[in-house]
Design a protein around this ligand. Structure first.
Ligand code: GLA
Length: 377
């Protein structure tokens, strides 16, 4: 499909077609930039990209999500951004150059997506990582997946100006089929934890808050403030017991609550990974619920619609656990349930949301997939 779309837009054949998944985080929210643990999964929805090298140095990008923008033209020797979606893939190329990966020629890219945008499922990270992967296939065979994740995060921090952690890019690059990825965001050590005999369903509140990016950066600052007062380099280096002993040194009660979330959430990720290994989904569900409550009350990144979806899900038979997922302020919940209960769940959650919000949420049952890949032509 992407090959024929590429041809229609660029008037020639593409050389390759790659796919980068979106991700859903099971638990470990706002812990990555606090030097802690996260437990995301790559999902079977994502961004497709067809591409071909050029004979000049131009970089051309087209997205079927932004047909009105047409083909955006950039030059690899001019770091000028255009304040549109194509700055994301272009930033990755700028970042690659900064890390010493200079593509030998320009390239044309066509992007297609079945991942909702602004829903907290990492569509930005998927665009970034698929771009890096295409360049890996065409020019840089020694660029590792882990390095791609680091370079894409750098691109987003440095050129897009979003101060995100490493979780999204890492999950998109390194995800594995039917496994959650337990990642230590400080050391990048990671481990795959099988996710068997349970179904994963994402529910999209359809809410996008325009203040999400500034509120995200504000949370980071509140955590940095707490670190300075605690005299630690990262909040998640503290155990809950150490935090209890030291917490009075944080003078702002707001920062103390933010720090409490980060420290306890990190502990929950450890417990959740153990619970998943034992297939103890009741315990996993309990931890997901605690995570939601902490994000709602201590970190204050939830919203009315996400609370409604999580709280309604907790009451539905067959649901082990549910919580908001991603940065927050809108977006999606992640719901873990008994296989075989998905269609009843879909009906119940949709009618609960309809009753209170006057519209139905989008519900996506997902399977856990592998990270970015090259597709057969
Ligand atoms: C966004 C960021 C991630 C992470 C989450 C919150 O998705 O991109 O790095 O901080 O929010 O857990």
């Amino acid at each position: 499909m992407e090959a024929s779309c590429f041809e229609k837009i660029f008037g020639r054949c593409s050389e390759l077609h790659c796919f980068a998944p979106g991700r859903v985080n099971l638990i470990g929210e706002h812990t990555d930039y606090n030097g802690g643990l996260v437990l995301p999964c790559a999902i079977d929805k994502g961004i497709h990209c067809a591409a071909a090298r050029r004979t000049d140095l131009k970089l051309q990008f087209y997205s079927d999500s932004y047909p009105q923008d047409g083909v955006r033209v950039y030059h690899s020797d001019r770091p000028d951004l255009q304040h549109c979606w194509a700055d994301y893939p272009f930033s990755v190329i700028l970042a690659l150059q900064g890390f010493g990966y200079q593509p030998a020629s320009g390239c044309d890219f066509f992007f297609g997506s079945d991942l909702p945008e602004g829903a907290g499922l990492s569509s930005s990270a998927a665009v970034e990582v698929v771009t890096a992967f295409v360049l890996h296939e065409l020019f840089f065979p020694f660029l590792s997946r882990q390095e791609m994740a680091v370079i894409c995060q750098f691109a987003e921090n440095r050129f897009i100006g979003v101060n995100c952690g490493i979780m999204d890019q890492f999950a998109v690059a390194m995800g594995k089929e039917n496994c959650a990825l337990l990642l230590d965001a400080h050391t990048l050590q990671h481990e795959y934890v099988p996710l068997k005999n349970a179904a994963l369903v994402i529910v999209n509140s359809g809410v996008k808050h325009s203040l999400a990016a500034s509120a995200y950066n504000q949370r980071r600052q509140e955590c940095e403030y707490a670190c300075r007062e605690l005299n630690v380099s990262a909040l998640c280096s503290l155990s809950p017991e150490e935090f209890e002993r030291k917490k009075q040194s944080i003078t702002s009660s707001l920062s103390r609550r933010r720090a409490f979330h980060a420290v306890t959430e990190n502990q929950r990720v450890k417990q959740a990974a153990e619970a998943l290994k034992r297939q103890d989904y009741r315990e996993m569900g309990r931890l997901m619920r605690e995570s939601h409550i902490s994000l709602r009350d201590q970190y204050e990144v939830s919203c009315e619609e996400l609370d409604l979806l999580a709280e309604a899900a907790w009451e539905i038979p067959g649901v082990y656990g549910a919580r908001m997922t991603g940065g927050g302020f809108g977006g999606c919940t992640v719901n873990l349930m008994e296989p075989g209960t998905v269609s009843d769940f879909t009906g119940s959650i949709s009618s609960a949301y309809l009753k209170k919000q006057g519209r139905e949420p989008a519900v996506y049952p997902v399977s856990v997939s592998s990270g970015v890949t090259r597709c057969e032509e």
